[in-house]
Design a protein. Structure first.
Length: 95
């Protein structure tokens, strides 16, 4: 699956992918979504912008549960922290 790499940020009524790794120092943006104004648009934008972080969190949790079963409780704590951080970003509770 190919998608615009994160981080994704909210700018006005749009969600954009920001790539600051250009060789010439330029910042390149890719529009991910433009939301129509509505009561839920801010929450929808936060959820869309958090998508790369949510995917990364799920991948890390899946890998940890496959490879770190022997670590037990510590692994479970780390997975909870990863999940909570991604959920907080989707809810707009952190930047």
């Amino acid at each position: 699956m190919k998608y615009t790499s994160g981080p994704w940020q909210i700018h006005g009524n749009s969600v954009v992918g920001v790539d600051e790794t250009q060789d010439d120092g330029e910042i390149q943006c890719q529009r991910i979504a433009t939301l129509a104004p509505c009561q839920e648009s801010s929450a929808n934008a936060r959820l869309i912008a958090a998508a790369p972080d949510l995917l990364d969190a799920l991948r890390r949790i899946a890998m940890a549960s496959e490879f770190d079963v022997a670590r037990g409780i510590q692994c479970a704590k780390e997975m909870r922290q990863i999940a909570r951080a991604a959920i907080s970003k989707a809810r707009g509770e952190q930047n």
